[in-house]
Ligand binder design. Structure first.
Ligand SMILES: NC(=O)c1ccc[n+]([C@@H]2O[C@H](COP(=O)([O-])OP(=O)(O)OC[C@H]3O[C@@H](n4cnc5c(N)ncnc54)[C@H](O)[C@@H]3O)[C@@H](O)[C@H]2O)c1
Length: 359
């Protein structure tokens, strides 16, 4: 299959290399000329076990190439993957400017029906916006080319990205076009030979699946951090506790086992809290944007833990809570500086959430 990947960062580079490894012809576009030059020379721009060898062998076979020119890479592609960054903007929501720029570059160069596949982590409704940006550029040049937009969130973990991509625990496809679904099923067939599932759903559900998965991971990290603090106090070994808890299959789907537990094993308490904040941040931003109360355990726990985690090992959450420095939920009920505020306005909630999430 002839594929184009836009963005050669972590996700784009791993995806492109693994797609090439399974026999596809892959062109990768990036606006960073230096990165394109290094990758073309077979030099890795990230550290990822096993990726360097795959990069160099697929460059040598001619199945993988890098360019700064969308005009060269987009025409003729059966599927174009959006793998650009979506950093957190000032309001806590994802900054979609790179996604828009990449989508518009597709619209400027599309010459035949294709599937535009969103791999970036984006808020619900972004697939529809991508459709609009591509279509706007097609309209601008009077082109009648058709296309479908699919949401295909990525779940790889840095440090195990090649393995995760070649043998994913799940592939999520948010798709409402049968032709696009078949193309992606054919493409991913090589990756799910060991019985992993392809979950086909509507695009909005696929986008929400990624945010919900991140939120769940954040909740687990926060919870085990709390348990770690208690273990320190009571003389228990959190590593052993973690193993014992993680062995409960009823509480833990098999797919969770590696991700969360390996991640936890690599994190110290304080940095775990930082990751948790970042993971949950997008979920909070979406909830606030939709004027929804979000009183989920994850948010409450992270809100309470933030000041405590900085002092991992000698913390006393109860004591700090009594001082009332930061103790907030964001779902319309909040307590800040010891005052009890119910039914906080959306603006108040946004500022409370910002304090929780960004300090
Ligand atoms: N890194 C991870 O482990 C991971 C895992 C799952 C999902 N994600 C999500 O995948 C997306 C990409 O993440 P990443 O870590 O690969 O990002 P990254 O920042 O490492 O890479 C993004 C790349 O896109 C390029 N780019 C930006 N705008 C462009 C444009 N208009 N045209 C062409 N190239 C452009 C940049 O130069 C950069 O090389 C994000 O939404 C992220 O949240 C990341």
């Amino acid at each position: 299959m002839r594929l184009t990947v836009i963005g050669s960062g972590y996700v784009g580079l791993v995806a492109a290399t693994c797609f090439a490894e399974t026999g596809n012809q892959v062109s990768v576009v990036d606006i960073d000329a230096g990165r394109v030059e290094r990758l073309t020379a077979g030099e890795l721009t990230i550290y990822e076990p096993g990726l360097g060898e795959l990069l160099r062998s697929n460059l040598a076979s001619g199945r993988l190439r890098f360019t700064t020119e969308a005009a060269v890479a987009v025409p003729g592609a059966e599927a174009v993957f959006l793998c650009v960054g979506t950093p957190m903007g000032v309001d806590g929501a994802a900054d979609l400017s790179a996604v828009e720029a990449a989508a518009r570059s597709i619209g400027r160069h599309l010459d035949a029906w294709t599937v535009v596949v969103g791999k970036s982590t984006v808020p619900v409704g972004t697939a529809a916006r991508v459709r609009g940006w591509v279509q706007a550029e097609l309209d601008r040049r009077g082109a009648a080319t058709g296309f479908a937009v699919v949401s295909n969130p990525e779940f790889l973990k840095e440090g195990a990205a090649v393995e995760d991509f070649l043998r994913p625990d799940r592939v999520v496809l948010g798709v409402d076009d049968p032709r696009a679904e078949q193309i992606l099923r054919d493409l991913y067939a090589a990756f799910v030979r060991n019985g992993q599932r392809i979950y086909v759903m509507d695009p909005r559900s696929a986008e929400m699946t990624k945010y919900a998965a991140n939120g769940l991971l954040a909740t687990k990290i926060s919870y085990i951090n709390e348990i770690a603090a208690i273990c320190e106090r009571v003389g228990a070994d959190v590593a052993q506790v973690r193993q014992g808890v993680g062995a409960d299959i009823a509480c833990r789907p098999a797919a969770d086992a590696v991700g969360c537990h390996e991640l936890l094993a690599r994190q110290r308490c304080a940095s775990g809290a930082t990751i948790a904040k970042a993971q949950i941040g997008f979920v909070v931003a979406v909830a606030l944007r939709h004027e929804l109360g979000l009183e989920a355990v994850a948010v409450e726990q992270i809100a309470h833990r933030r000041p405590c985690s900085r002092r991992a090992g000698k913390r006393d959450c109860g004591q700090r809570r009594q001082r009332g420095r930061v103790h907030a939920g964001v779902g319309g009920r909040s307590r800040v500086e010891g005052r009890n505020k119910r039914n906080a306005s959306p603006r108040q909630r946004r500022s409370i959430a910002a304090r929780i999430l960004y300090g």
